[in-house]
Ligand binder design. Structure first.
Ligand code: 5GP
Ligand code: ZN
Length: 113
């Protein structure tokens, strides 16, 4: 999708700090980090949000396990971390391309604001 920020990041048209990539996923540092470690895992395919992944359970599972694997590689496994999928306006989703937030490196408050 030409006008989608994350499709443009995946295509290399907008620079990003890559954490990981394979044929299905691209992971990169969040430009406005909310924790010492904050990166996003996105599908290479344009999918509007997690609610559009019904029937795509394998792809959704891979999105989550990619986040878990990268969290471990970045040293977060022992202390823990948070995985977040914001969906829609009330969920706080600002970019309509599905993305998993991985946050860690400090104790995170609960509940979210
Ligand atoms: P959402 O609010 O949709 O759950 O999360 C979108 C995230 O994308 C935000 O945390 C925001 O900082 C991040 N973001 C938005 N535009 C860019 C960008 O151009 N580059 C990077 N690296 N992150 C971005
Ligand atoms: Zn997109």
């Amino acid at each position: 999708m030409r006008d989608c920020i994350f499709c443009r990041i995946v295509a290399g048209e907008i620079p990003s700090t890559k954490v990981y990539e394979d044929e299905r996923y691209y992971a990169f540092r969040d430009i406005n980090p909310k924790a010492p470690v904050h990166f996003l895992v996105v599908t290479r395919e344009h999918i509007g949000g997690v609610a559009d992944m019904e029937g795509r359970e394998e792809l959704l599972g891979g999105l989550v396990t990619t986040g878990i694997r990268m969290a471990a590689e970045l040293g977060l496994a022992d202390a823990g971390y948070r995985l977040v999928l914001n969906q829609g306006a009330d969920g706080g989703q600002s970019v309509p391309h599905v993305h998993l937030h991985v946050l860690g490196g400090r104790a995170l408050a609960w509940p979210p604001g």
